[in-house]
Design a protein around this ligand. Structure first.
Ligand code: SF4
Ligand code: SF4
Length: 484
């Protein structure tokens, strides 16, 4: 039930203000997508099909094709990228990273972050405008679908009609179908297309958890693309904020040339002879109308700007129509816009590449010197040592062995130091691991008391597989201080 408000004159206070009168009136648009009353301002950006839009479209369709096809490809019998979280194995281009590869993965991640810092310092938020799936799918898949249903008034124009009735349902169904396909493709990166294919053709009750994951992912994606849209970039994505703080005054940004454009005003260029103080911006508002985040680039660098370059295309088209030079809105940097000398070089462009070179070199060295198997000796629970036959000191250990290849391998053990020592598997004389398998193999390592000093005896074991690959493992045996 709503009650009708009765207008009353505001009561005066001692300061002369009236109760109910705002000290600060809200601005018309507090945020680009928020009205003064707090409701959402829906954006229907116009389309400016300029050179950047065309280039971004090519990049977008290549990225969509790449993302869709990649899980179906095979390299050395495996998908190029398989992030198998339950078994904690990440396969990238035929190489499988295991949980024991923490250092390699850490170096890879640090290198990825340093690359991001470097790219952002050079090219600003290029990822947001050109590569991010949120931008790519929204601008080049879902907005075209909307335009199909809404109609456009003129080429790339604003919507002609709202989507209602059966068209609303049909559009919703198309969104749902596409988002379902996207979530299946996404899941393929984690479970592989073979397993995914089996799940899809079987009853959901046989695989309830993957089915639930898929259903939730589909609903979330549909919600994101049909409703949340630019809000993801504006309020939800930490990556955008992260990139923004890494910009400096010489990073490439989409910017408005204030010195050339201001003071703005309506009117054609020929009128300017009478108005010499007038800038080149004709205040047509096209740069605002095309902006997918609803901002005005003429207000300077803003957090909401995803650097999509739509305002460049729009403004260039206006300038071309008016026979004026293009580039009033363009890719530039803050220093050159302010008329300051602007060299690309600055300390961060030396520090980031050096740091990146170090991490990549360390990664390459570790990666290239990796063997086909990992081996490590660990102490068993229970007695640290026992005195065995021939008065040898026995240490019962377990050999942590991982076959990193995709084929089965046999392994042999030998002791190098001390020469008189012995080593043998306890349970079975044969050590065999299938491709990718990990085992703890119980082994007995023995050495004469004379080899021990202060109850310790360093040993060197050699582990060799049937392909001739070998590893040397060092260990310290424990024994008695006095001859038993
Ligand atoms: S201001 Fe320009 S570059 Fe930034 S988001 Fe809007 S249209 Fe894209
Ligand atoms: S599109 Fe260009 S000319 Fe038109 S308002 Fe924007 S900056 Fe000014």
């Amino acid at each position: 039930m709503t009650s009708k408000k009765v207008a009353r004159p505001p009561a005066a206070t001692s300061e002369g203000l009236h109760v109910g009168e705002s000290l600060l009136k809200p601005e018309e648009h507090v945020l680009a997508t928020l009205e003064a009353d707090g409701s959402r301002r829906w954006l229907f950006p116009r389309l400016a099909m300029g050179k950047f839009w065309m280039s971004r479209r090519t990049v977008a369709y290549l990225l969509i094709a790449f993302f869709t096809i990649l899980p179906h490809l095979r390299y050395k019998g495996l998908p190029p990228v398989l992030l198998d979280i339950p078994t904690r194995r990440f396969t990238i281009l035929g190489y499988t990273f295991l949980p024991t590869d923490t250092l390699l993965l850490a170096l890879l991640m640090v290198s990825a972050f340093l690359s991001l810092f470097l790219v952002t310092a050079l090219f600003g938020r290029v990822w947001c405008g050109w590569g991010c799936p949120q931008t790519v799918y929204t601008e080049y898949l879902f907005r075209p679908i909307d335009r199909l249903f809404q109609g456009t008034s003129g080429k790339g124009g604003i919507p002609r009609q709202p989507i209602t009735g059966w068209r609303w349902w049909l559009r919703g169904f198309i969104y749902l179908a596409i988002c379902s396909f996207l979530s299946h493709t996404f899941l393929a990166y984690f479970v592989g297309t073979d397993r995914l294919g089996r799940w899809v053709t079987q009853s959901p009750f046989e695989h309830p958890i993957p089915f639930l994951i898929m259903a939730v992912a589909t609903i979330l994606l549909t919600f994101d693309f049909i409703y949340f849209r630019e809000q993801t970039c504006l309020i939800a994505c930490p990556y955008g904020r992260f990139q923004s703080v890494m910009l400096d005054r010489r990073s490439l940004i989409v910017s408005y040339d204030e010195r050339r454009g201001e003071p703005r005003g309506h009117g054609k260029p020929e009128l300017k002879d009478d108005q010499p103080s007038k800038g080149d911006c004709v205040d047509c508002g096209m740069c605002v109308q095309v902006c997918p985040t609803g901002i005005d680039i003429r207000n300077g660098l803003q957090m909401e700007c995803i650097h999509c370059a739509q305002c460049i295309d729009a403004c260039d088209s206006v300038m071309t129509t008016l026979h004026m030079p293009t580039g009033l809105v363009r890719y530039s940097n803050q220093d050159s816009l302010a008329g300051k000398p602007s060299s690309v070089w600055r300390p961060r462009l030396i520090i980031y590449p050096i740091a990146l070179l170090c991490t990549l070199s360390a990664f390459s060295y570790l990666f290239l010197t990796k063997k086909d198997f990992d081996a490590k000796l660990l102490r068993n629970l229970g007695n640290t040592f026992s005195v065995g036959a021939n008065e040898l000191i026995d240490n019962s250990l377990k050999l942590s062995l991982t076959n990193r290849t995709t084929e089965a391998r046999h392994y042999e053990l030998a002791i190098l130091v001390p020469a008189s020592g012995t080593v043998r598997p306890i349970e079975s004389p044969e050590i065999q691991l299938s491709g990718g398998e990990h085992q703890f193999v119980p082994v007995l390592v023995s050495a004469a008391f004379e080899e021990f000093k202060d109850g310790r005896c360093p040993v060197k074991l050699k582990i060799k597989d049937d392909q001739g690959e070998e590893r040397i493992v060092d260990y310290i045996l424990l024994g008695p201080y006095q001859k038993p």
